[in-house]
Design a binder for this molecule. Sequence first.
Ligand code: SAM
Length: 317
Amino acid sequence: MSTTDDDVRRGGDLSAVLRAARTRLAAAGVPSPAVDADLLAAGVLGLGLGELRAASLRGTALTADQAGRLAALVTRREAREPLQHLLGRAPFRGLELLVGPGVFVPRPETETTAGLAVRAAERVVASGRAPLVVDLCTGSGAVALAVAAEVPAARVVAVELDPGAHAWARRNLDAHPAGERVRLVLGDATSAEVLAELDGTADVVASNPPYVPPGAVPREPEVRDHDPALALWGGGEDGLLVPRGVVARAAALLRPGGLVVVEHAEVQGEALRQLLAPPQWDGAATHDDPGGRPRATSAHRAQPAAACAPPGSGASQ
Ligand SMILES: C[S@@+](CC[C@H](N)C(=O)[O-])C[C@H]1O[C@@H](n2cnc3c(N)ncnc32)[C@H](O)[C@@H]1O
């Protein structure tokens, strides 16, 4: 059975409209057509998903205006505009972040990166200090805001290079009460001059930097055509130019024992562990995302080498 724009636009019975929308999205290759159709319809009707299902079972009818708005959204989703752009928001660790053209849509795997930063910050709180957490390459502000929301004692600083993405981060920080505790900086996270005043004082540096190598063009149109280029391409032959700069900045920013967490592609864990090797770093470990894919590597800033002990002090070498 083929469905057309008219099957959605005509409106009427909600369950029939949802069926038509799902069929069209599936035919367009959208990976989760039923979820997307339901979320778009729920947005148009101003309902939660549970309420949408109840309304569908009751045989609720859409008005002509609602049907027209839903048909327009389904057409844009068929053309593979990201669902999150159409909804205007993306979920992230219990937060709703504002997103749209010009900013990287936060991904579920980055919740793992943020979680490692949150737990490290909580350990600092448990030791009796207020942690300083730095989010390099903050995009929408996702990691910074999650840490600020989940660790109220934390001071958070976030850095973003792209003025467009920086504006989205500003909107998100202004929209959440925890955003008051995040200082947002427009600048190059790999520059030694950016946050130089914080060198040696950070407890945690977290980053989901761009890391896609040249030639590894993302297959999904949502990513390829809609995530900003600056958010994807990491630079250099292996895509790790920006991540290397981030690691170098983290080495300067962190106090001894502080934790760096860097997100990366599945195949880049080994390269990150080599970057985060002794003598500068201790305990490099790669962590799986909820899908079991190795997507983030962490390490502790090593203690500086002990100063030469004076003769006769009894210190052994
Ligand atoms: C993969 S996106 C991640 C955004 C956000 N951290 C997240 O996880 O949703 C990478 C972000 O880094 C920014 N970026 C790229 N190079 C940068 C640099 N040298 N300094 C600061 N930000 C940079 C991009 O503009 C983009 O917003």
